[in-house]
Write a protein that binds this ligand. Structure first.
Ligand code: 2BA
Length: 109
């Protein structure tokens, strides 16, 4: 059976994720979207695939979009470089929310 995976990912991870998915033989559509809570831009990926490939697809999303830590510069840290001494704090970025939907029919005209 065909499935449609809707995956909402950060803009930062979306390029690497969609490249890896495409390389893996998946067809991907990227939509520029905005989170309703933070009102910040994110990317929604639409991927139609067979159900026996869903686990592989989720594995790729996990690899490229899982939450990870990142050291970010702040105004306080300007000119001091990216140091892990609290001046340039580590924040959590990335993450993905995905839905797997059954597809009643799929066609290309
Ligand atoms: P996440 O749960 O990781 O969600 C990241 C983005 O994924 C969301 O952006 C939204 O665009 C999408 N998303 C997540 N769950 C969804 C769902 N069930 N249906 C449709 N889209 C979904 P934002 O809405 O801007 O949310 C950003 C972060 O703010 C969320 O991270 C969550 O940690 C928090 N958040 C979202 N809604 C909240 C609420 N009503 N109350 C408290 N915190 C909320």
């Amino acid at each position: 059976m065909q499935k449609l995976i809707i995956a909402i990912v950060s803009n930062e991870d979306s390029t690497a994720a969609s490249r890896a998915l495409t390389k893996g033989g998946f067809s991907v559509t990227r939509l520029a979207t905005t989170g309703g809570f933070l009102q910040v831009g994110n990317t929604t990926l639409l991927i139609g695939t067979e159900d026996d490939r869903v686990a592989e697809l989720v594995g790729i999303l996990k690899k490229y979009c899982a939450t990870h830590k990142k050291v970010v510069p702040t105004t306080e840290s300007l000119g001091r470089g990216l140091r892990r001494d609290g001046v340039a704090p580590e924040i959590t970025v990335g993450g993905a929310t995905y839905f797997v939907l059954d597809v009643a029919d799929m066609g290309k005209l």
